[in-house]
Design a protein around this ligand. Structure first.
Ligand code: PXG
Length: 468
């Protein structure tokens, strides 16, 4: 059975023709198209099962990234496909604009609210993390206008944060190459240092001291701008695409105090951290943060269908509902019935299989130990994890944490080498990151870490050969 399935895609697709068509007609996101074509084009993924991907060239790959940080329940879940199928037959689409709703949108809202605790009762839907963050920006501005403080406009974010690819999302994010290509950020968004001890701390500065310093950079910016002009602070509980940046324990408590002191809304971008990734349902629960607005996406449906949302605290929704009138915002597919039905069933699977507890008690601690075994490698300066988010820092000098020149070059080599070993880990600069499906077993974590060690060895050989 497995053999038939494994070879099926090779028989059914003309992979060379697909690769040719891909180069001829498909423009890939975040890709240097010229370089891709020079290298012979894309790898075509044809199917997936559990934690494994299969490509058209006959490789079976261990997916250490759960797609793009999203396939939390793993691939090949028949019941999610059946749920979508049944919902599409019964009601494939209806909108939620004009005093209408659909059963899946209603049920999912109640379910998500129940996972968030006492302060959150309202869920606003969109289709991607970027759209959720656009929604957040609209809500924040509307909120302060309604509160009679229209000058409270600026949102503070961090350099190297990722909040999406739309104009608002990319502006909220702190990725300089993204800003540069589109003349961003838009006005009213400002960035401060990230709480990335390995990369940013002074020699001899403890993580605890550094965490406080990074938090105080927010306070400094508030004072520069005047608190009466600052609307909100946005942060991923753990920065994902920035390189799994897990802040020192002193950071978030301090940020929380600062937001309270200067009356800022606190936005926890849970697009990656939400739905079990850190060992709680949400990252803010793991880290003890009390946000006012929570954008979420990815793990919400495990990527089976596109869906995202903003959970709105009672503090914010009371003002918006009482004084706001009609909120002139929404998307054709806000609360799409098939996406909501799949998300609901995805959450049911996570509950039934105790996946959040499994990450917290079993696989999270196991990943921490397994990655820590790489610390003896000459290229590895640090390993860190939270739940099933992990990072391995590659550096030139372990003692001083000095990076290689041309940040990202050595990381990319390592990423290519791990792929040659039939496993996937992403390089964020020179930080190798992992974010596997939450169903991953300990033996598969061992395989992933063994592939990482092999890739690090191959990278070391390159570094020596090139004299880097
Ligand atoms: N917020 C966070 C924290 C994210 O990680 C978004 C918002 C935007 O979501 P959408 O659905 O609009 O993509 C994200 C997305 C990577 C990578 O290579 C990361 C993301 C997306 C694509 C690639 O690490 N994160």
């Amino acid at each position: 059975m497995t053999e038939t399935l494994e070879t099926q895609s090779v028989r059914n697709y003309d992979i060379e023709e697909l690769k040719r068509l891909d180069m001829a007609h498909h423009w890939h996101p975040f890709t240097d198209t010229k370089a891709l074509h020079k290298e012979g084009g894309a790898r075509v993924i044809t199917r997936a099962e559990g934690c494994y991907l299969y490509d058209g060239d006959g490789h079976k790959l261990l997916d250490g990234m759960a797609g793009l940080w999203c396939v939390n329940v793993g691939y090949g879940r028949q019941e999610l496909a059946e749920t979508a199928y049944r919902q599409m037959l019964e009601l494939p689409y209806y909108n939620t604009f004009f005093k209408t709703a659909t059963p899946p949108a209603i049920e999912l809202s109640a379910k998500v609210a129940s996972l968030l605790g006492d302060n959150f009762h309202h869920i606003f839907y969109s289709n991607s993390g970027s759209e959720a963050n656009d929604t957040v920006l609209r809500m924040v501005r509307h909120y302060w206008n309604l509160k009679g403080q229209p000058n409270k406009k600026t949102i503070i974010s961090r350099w190297n944060a990722y909040h999406g690819s739309t104009v608002a999302g990319a502006s909220l994010g702190g990725m300089k190459p993204m800003h540069k290509q589109a003349d961003l950020p838009i006005p009213g968004i400002t960035h401060v240092m990230q709480p990335h001890w390995f990369q940013e701390a002074e020699q001899g500065e403890t993580p605890e001291d550094f965490g406080k310093r990074a938090a105080h950079a927010i306070e400094q910016r508030i004072l520069e701008l005047g608190p009466e002009n600052v609307a909100a602070f946005i942060g991923e509980p753990v920065q994902g695409a920035g390189g799994v940046v897990i802040p020192p324990s002193t950071y978030w408590p301090e940020v929380q105090k600062i937001c309270q002191k200067y009356d800022l809304l606190l936005i926890a971008d849970e697009v990656i951290c939400g739905f079990g990734r850190t060992g709680s349902w949400f990252g803010h629960q793991t880290l003890g943060i009390k946000p006012d607005l929570i954008p979420m996406a990815k793990g919400m449906s495990s990527g089976y269908l596109p869906i995202s949302a903003v959970a709105v605290s009672d503090k914010v929704s009371e003002t918006l509902f009482e004084k706001g009138g009609e909120f002139y915002h929404g998307y054709t597919y806000s609360g799409h019935p098939a996406a909501c039905a799949v998300a609901l069933r995805n959450i049911e699977i996570m509950e039934r299989e105790h996946l959040v507890e499994k990450v917290h008690n079993e696989t999270g601690p196991y990943l921490a130990e397994a990655l820590a075994t790489l610390r003896d490698h000459p290229l590895v300066g640090e390993t860190r994890t939270l739940g099933l988010l992990g990072a391995v820092e590659i550096c030139k000098n372990k003692e001083t944490r000095e990076r290689f020149a041309d940040l990202g070059k050595v990381g990319t080599m390592c990423r290519d080498h791990i792929m040659e070993r039939n496993a996937i880990s992403r390089a964020c600069g020179d930080t190798m990151v992992v974010s596997p499906p939450l169903i991953i077993e300990k033996g598969q974590i061992d395989d992933l870490v063994a592939a990482l060690r092999g890739a690090l060895d191959d990278t070391m050989a390159d570094v020596e050969k090139l004299g880097l």
